[in-house]
Design a protein around this ligand. Structure first.
Ligand code: ZN
Length: 173
């Protein structure tokens, strides 16, 4: 099942490593409000699993529900929909945390000379002190560590931070 990007994002907000049930339920809810048995049908999941996913989404303020009493059947039908404001707030909070972490990294990159592996910078990027502790050798491939031009990293970080600051949740279609 191919999930939309927004459904994937919702899943990430609830559970950092993804969750098939939450992904499927989110995909159904993106189409609009639905009664929980309908959600189970559309998501092709057992009602119990759908409820568990919905409660977890609710804990995260991403969905809301209303109960409708069915006089003939004597039970409540529960209708669920995405809480767009709640979702926006959850996303904002998550984005702010990432921004904080990236800003700390950016400050570090700006104010320190970074030593990196000469063969592949993704192997290691450390301070002078940490490079000295390793005798200026890359722990991955053994290449020497040299002061790196961190302009590219600084630009990349600045760009990602700016994108996160302007992130917006698209309106539900
Ligand atoms: Zn290396």
């Amino acid at each position: 099942m191919k999930g939309s990007r927004l459904a994937e994002l919702i899943t990430f907000l609830v559970n950092g490593h993804g969750d098939e049930e939450i992904l499927r339920v989110s995909n159904v809810l993106l189409k609009g409000e639905a009664e929980e048995r309908r959600i189970a049908e559309a998501a092709n999941l057992k009602l119990q699993l759908v409820r568990r996913a919905l409660y977890r989404l609710h804990e995260n303020h991403i969905v809301r529900y209303r109960k409708v009493k069915d006089n003939e059947k004597k039970w409540y039908d529960v209708f669920w929909e995405l809480d767009v404001d709640g979702l926006r707030m959850s996303l904002r909070k998550r984005a702010n945390k990432v921004i904080e972490a990236l800003t700390r990294k950016l400050e570090y990159e700006k104010s320190n000379i970074i030593y990196a592996c000469t063969s592949d910078e993704s192997h290691l990027r450390v301070s002078l002190e940490q490079a000295a502790e390793r005798d200026f050798n890359c722990p991955v491939c053994g290449s020497p560590l040299y002061p790196s031009d961190n302009g590219r990293v600084v630009n990349k970080l600045t760009d990602v931070i700016s994108k996160l600051e302007h992130i917006e949740v698209v309106e539900r279609r």
